[in-house]
Write a protein that binds this ligand. Sequence first.
Ligand SMILES: O=C(O)[C@H](O)COP(=O)(O)O
Length: 233
Amino acid sequence: MAKLVLIRHGQSEWNLKNLFTGWVDVNLSDQGVEEAKNAGRSLKAEGLEFDYAYTSVLKRAIKTLHFALEESDQLWIPETKTWRLNERHYGALQGQDKAEAAAKWGDEQVHIWRRSYDVLPPMQDVNAEGSIAGDRRYANLDPRTIPAGENLKVTLERVIPFYQDEIAPKLKDDKNIVIAAHGNSLRALAKYIEEISDDDILNLEMATGEPVVYTFDKDLKLTDKKILTKKAL
Ligand SMILES: O=C(O)[C@H](O)COP(=O)(O)O
């Protein structure tokens, strides 16, 4: 029975400041570091042992993975970083205050940008401050692949092929996998794995630093989902 564990990164400095973040590479806050370590302790308490780890190319997820693996004595396992697990690109909203955006455009519009399945945020100008143009970590990507703003649907369309090609075959081979990534790249994965409808995905939230443990049978049918909540520690 293969296990797949999803961990949303611990609180980031921009989560703390309530800023739209997306592809901006911000660090974990002090609380986020503690959340990541706690996640690792709960993995250890559950006896979860992994064969492979995956994360994004953003430090809040990479560090969360490392803190969690260190706390569970598994820092040695093979690890892959990919832009495909990055947070959804929040377009021109990146860097803006979420409360100020709600005051400017209205709560409903901001909620639609944040949680609707297929409404795109305003696109980011390639020359805008904080744009990833020229960022070495994306240098090998086809420029047409680099987003200027994504909704959950577009995020899912880049996350799921990676899952199908890289992760699903390993789960089928009975390997245990941990993924440390982001609220919306993980919502996309959860939507696919749990077969959540386009409407119902609006209501799925991923808490920071709370591992979600999926169990699959040998045909990759989902047999169990368990959330290791923070208060369980
Ligand atoms: O990118 C961000 O701002 C957050 O990581 C997730 O944002 P959300 O809560 O609006 O989905």
